[in-house]
Ligand binder design. Sequence first.
Ligand code: CP
Ligand code: NVA
Length: 382
Amino acid sequence: MARPPHLLTLADLTVPQIKRLLNHSAFLKASTAPWLVPHGSLSFKRATALRLPPQSLFNKTIAMLFSKRSTRTRLAAETSATSLGGRALFLGKEDIQLGVNESPRDSARVIGGMCQGIFARVGDHSEIEELAKYSPVPVVNALSSLWHPTQILADLMTLHENAHLFMPPVAESDGAAAAPSEDAAAEPKKAQPKEGESNEKGRGSSTVLTELRPLTIAYVGDSANVLHDMLVTFPRMGHNMRIATPADPKYRAPAAVWDRVVELGCDKSIWWGADPKEAVRGADVVITDTWISMGQEAETEQRIKDFQGYQVTEELCREGGANPDWKFMHCLPRKKYEVDDEVFYGPRSLVFPEADNRKWTIMSIFDLVIGKWDIDGVNNPT
Ligand code: CP
Ligand code: NVA
């Protein structure tokens, strides 16, 4: 019997697989809710008629095992499952026997007997590995101590659909790299999404998703789950990363993550130091995350001390020499420690479109990985 596909980190996916999930996300958004796609992106202009999303979860239930709080991930998952014709069954840590009276192995087998997918937000990453090892149905990581793959898909989608914000000045590009234009949108008839034979099927070829030039992406803050999935993904998508974390090695990526970064050759596109100003030099995008991840509340005082000077502000980015048009991203939830209000609520901020895109990317994963078991055999050797 075929083994189910799982998605525990984007490090496990090839670039064509990542692009396929992104293209499918853009396709789902443009074909079912085009009014949500930013003006100026190709996908908005190419959307023709509204469609019902694929009903690949019809009569299916996804078990949502959440041992930590969530707003975006939970909402995205529950609304996506409904749109795909199925149901998401939320099971908080107080609701089921898992981790208290029952092993992940036994729980995975029982849940997999009644549900068609597992979407799990866990503490230690080993918990989701254990679930995946024994689950007869696909397991998708909704956040663990090490990784947050669904977040980074949404970040990439947001960057792609805002590609027009990152076009080089005309003088530098000689006019050749013009923003997606009416012509570009109208010209390739073959690029129109078609019923049954949708463009997003073109694995790796970006026909729905707007092309994005290589960016310099700065990350200032804590090396946690969100950054870790960026490290194994952004360089493979053609972007450079510049990172600043406090000098104490405990704020660096753990070996389990860095080994994957090196194995994928991503380290060659990453500069990593302790000076936030150095990190934002030439940055097109500046990203941060909370300094106190869920489960680290007891370290709050120490962390606030250790991260002094790491708050993302206009001043930091001006003095550090970021691209004057730099944009800001954050996975949310946000505290004021890591970014001030001026940046967070200002015109550079893409944080709310980024949050909205959690839905389309999770819908894409649910459709392809859980509904259809189809992302080119990822983690599925048979
Ligand atoms: N970004 C993110 O995962 O948010 P939630 O914790 O609200 O799901
Ligand atoms: N690093 C944060 C991400 C929240 C979405 C945490 O783990 O709490």
